[in-house]
Every structure is written in C-alpha cells, then in structure tokens.
Design a protein around this ligand. Structure first.
Ligand code: FMN
Length: 364
C-alpha cells in the first residue's frame, strides 16, 4: 500500500479518518491527527440546507485548523443547486477536497433525497455531481454505500458514472442502506469497484485491527483505507497501521499515554464548548476508548455518573492509577460490549439526541 494522490494532493499514508457525525468534529479530528499516521481527515457531514440558509451550526462544522490538512468537507443534501452552493462555501473556507455523502441511512436525510437516498436515484446524483463540478475547482470525491438494499446493489455502476462526472476519489463503505450497521461490510464489492474505475478507490468497514485492515487491502487492492469507529477505540490505530506499512513494529502506547489522550481530549473540548457538552463528548469517547480494557465497564459507570469536570478528571486519574499499581480495576473483567453501540449518523441530526450524545451515553 503506497501513498496515493487525489489530483495533486498526496494522501500519505493512505489512511483516512472516516467521517462520523457527532464525532469527527474539529476537536476529535485534531486529537486523532496528532497521534500520527492519518493521511486525510473529513468533517462531519454538513447539511447544505443548513449551510446555505446561514445556520450557524452548519457553518461552525466546516471550521478546521491548518494542522489538519489535507482536509475534506463532506456535505449532504438532495437538491442540486443547494449542493453546488454548499460546495462553493466549502471551497471558500479553504477545504482541500469536497466530499459528497451518498451513504447516510438516517430516515430524515434519505427522505429529503440525500445520503444513501441518492443511491436510489443515480440520475439525481449525476445532476448533483455535474452541478458541483461547475462551481468548484478543488477535487470532488464521493462516499458511497454498496446500494440501497440487497436487491439493488449498484455501487459499481454508480462509481463508473461518478468517474465520468469528474469525481476524483471513491470511498466505499461495504454495506447497503438497508443493512444499516448490521453484519459485516462486503469487501468483495469494494474490490469490484476498484477494478471497474481508474480513479483511486478506498475501502471502509469494520477495521479495528491492523491485521484485518492489511487482509482487506491485500484482498481488494484498494488505494486507501478509511477507519471510523476503530479510531475511537484506538486513537493510535492509524499510526500503528502506518508503522506496519513501513515495515516497523506497531507503536504501543503505555497506560500513561492512554490516560493523557483522554485528558488532552477533555481539555480541548473544554476550550471549545460549554461544560455540559464537553462532559457528553468525554463520556462518548471514553465509552468507546475503554472497550476491551480491564474494568472498563465499571470505569465507564463512574464517568457516566460524573456531573462535573472535576469528577471526571478524578475518576480518570483513579482508574489509570489503579490499573498501573494493581493491574486491575473494579471487578477486573473485560466485558462484552453490548452497551456500547455507536452506529448511526442519526445521533447528530437536529431533534434527535442532544449534541454530543450517543446511544452509549444515553444508555448509561
Ligand atoms: C456515529 C457515526 C456517525 C457517522 N456519520 C457519518 C457521516 O457523517 N458521513 C459519512 O459519510 N459516514 C458516516 N458514518 C459512517 C462511517 O464513516 C463509516 O462509513 C462506518 O462507520 C463504517 O466504518 P467503520 O466500521 O470503520 O466505523 C458514521 C458512522 C457512525 C458510527
């Protein structure tokens, strides 16, 4: 696996932080980028209806820092003229790449023709892509699911059409809309897309270990790999992957570094957002981050029941100090992850969960 180019932008290493609404905001992207090994970061999906009507939340979602480059803004919507306007705004704020969301399964998004709804209407998608191409000069990329349902898998045809429209990178999450996040991603369909087009193709779905990622890359020959949920469980996953690609031993953070990354995240959140939102964000990350750690479930309970920054900080310190001195915490179990579902772009939709909350924190 080698670095690849999106037009003249090197994606080096060829590893991408997959966009996640309610997660991959300005704070989280920088946290992950600083761990190393990330070749491209993407914003949360941003509503063009919000953007073009001056919704301050949508505008704020485009914000980024120089340290994040190369940086892609992802937009969603179902109306060509609005999509073109939204794309223009992303170019104006200085994004390096404009990405169109063609995968979000959330009913509110699909109902309005956007997200994976576009897979049901490739003609509309074609119009959208052509309109956007007329308005922007930065590269246009597309993130797709494999089809709307098992009965209508069309990712190969859609990718070919997109290439004709001037799209310069295709990213495929190997599930259908109907599938949601169930089952496993179908990497064979991702391979078929790679073989069908001559622009770069990146694959996505279920990569939480380097071994799995390397296997999928070997099986499909994709140019790049996107990792979403795996980055919350292991913020060093990109660095470790890049190490293996370069023939090095994968980096292993020690307990002190694991503690520090949570503290760094919390301090970044507190600079950016109201305290209550920071607490929610912290619970969200800690919930995923402690998957598979000894006593992780009990640690999470202490966090979920923390009501102030001081309590959270104390609980983090206690957890890691106990682990370090006694190599265990609480009941000492590494529990099953049943309470840790984090699987939708719904979470960030207005009127749904409060900003920053996920089913993981709600469940607590
Ligand atoms: C909470 C959450 C929010 C997501 N939001 C987006 C989004 O805004 N745009 C997008 O293209 N995909 C979104 N996705 C899909 C991910 O980018 C990715 O395709 C999917 O999670 C599969 O990759 P993974 O197994 O590495 O997580 C989201 C996924 C999750 C879990």
């Amino acid at each position: 696996m080698m670095p690849f180019l999106i037009r003249n932008i090197p994606i080096d290493p060829p590893l991408i932080l997959s966009p996640m609404a309610g997660v991959t905001d300005y704070t989280f992207r920088r946290l992950i980028k600083r761990r190393g090994g990330v070749g491209l970061v993407v914003s949360e999906f941003i509503s063009v209806e919000g953007l073009t009507r001056g919704n301050p939340k949508s505008k704020r979602q485009m914000r980024f820092d120089e340290e994040e480059r190369p940086y892609a803004v992802q937009i969603f919507g179902g109306r060509p003229e609005r999509m073109a306007l939204g794309a223009e705004m992303a170019e104006e704020v200085g994004a390096d790449i404009l990405d169109v969301n063609c995968g979000c399964p959330a009913p509110k998004v699909v109902k309005n023709g956007g997200g994976s709804g576009l897979l049901r209407d490739p003609k509309l998608l074609e119009t959208i892509l052509k309109e956007i191409k007329k308005t922007i000069t930065i590269p246009l990329t597309l993130k797709l699911r494999t089809g709307y349902s098992d009965a209508s898998i069309n990712v190969v045809d859609v990718a070919k059409m997109a290439e004709q429209c001037g799209v310069e990178h295709i990213q495929v999450h190997g599930r259908t809309r109907e599938q949601g996040y169930k089952g496993l991603a179908n990497w064979d369909l991702i391979r078929q897309v790679k073989e069908a087009v001559s622009i770069p193709v990146s694959g996505n779905g279920d990569i939480t270990t380097i071994e799995y990622g390397m296997n999928k890359w070997r099986e499909t020959g994709v140019d790049g790999i996107l990792i979403g949920r795996g980055a919350m469980q292991n913020p060093w996953i990109f660095r470790q992957f890049a190490d293996v690609l370069a023939g090095r031993e994968p980096y292993q953070p020690d307990l002190a570094e694991k503690k520090d990354v949570l503290l760094e995240f919390f301090s970044m959140c507190r600079e950016e957002m109201p305290e209550i939102v920071s607490l929610g964000k912290m619970k969200q990350l800690a919930g995923q981050f402690t998957k598979g750690l000894v006593g992780g479930a009990q640690f999470r309970q202490t966090l979920y029941h923390s009501h102030s920054a001081e309590e959270i900080l104390d609980n983090i310190t206690t957890y890691f100090e106990t682990l370090e001195s006694r190599s265990t915490f609480g009941d000492g179990f590494v529990e099953a992850d049943a309470d840790l579902v984090l699987d939708s772009c719904d979470a960030a939709m207005p009127d749904n969960l409060p900003y920053g909350k996920t089913s993981a924190s709600i469940a607590a």
